[in-house]
Write a protein that binds this ligand. Sequence first.
Ligand code: HEC
Length: 156
Amino acid sequence: MNKFRIVTAAMIATIMVGGGTVTVFAQEKEATLKARQDLMKAQGADLRIIKAFADGQGDQAAALEKANDLVAQSAKLAALFTAGTSLKDIPGKTYAKPEIWTEKAKFDAAAAALHSEAEKLAAAVKSGDKTATGDQFKAVGGACGNCHTPFREKMS
Ligand code: HEC
């Protein structure tokens, strides 16, 4: 094998390893997208059970379980928005606006606000007061919207 061939083989090996790294990154990012989209859907599902209780059509124990889940989910939310996972980085797979990263403190505050409203919701459900639960349900819904409006692209 002449010198030229060795260099070429080494370059090809480098390119292949590099390509492998890109693939691993892409898979990790897709897993992150799925995890956060699933978390968001779970939050929506939790709220539906809690709303049923507030409306007098659901079970308090089931609602409390979901309210506690919402408290737990909302604490994990912000960490799932890792760098390089905006709709500009991965077009067509996510609605996460780049502003999440350029206005990170505001985004984190919106996540923290949801967490604190979710804790109040769990307390309301625990008290058994359906009116208080209904009122706090609206506050939680507001906290979802306060983040979606600036940070989530309109979903068609
Ligand atoms: C701190 C910001 C923030 C808060 C708070 C927040 N969301 Fe989201 N939500 C987002 C972003 C950003 C997306 C887009 C994620 C993506 O596409 O990768 C999203 C996506 C969603 C989706 C669509 C998921 C899918 O199928 O792709 C649902 C449903 C949702 N959120 C529900 C909720 C509910 C319910 C709450 C309140 C309990 C909530 N979100 C609170 C930022 C937030």
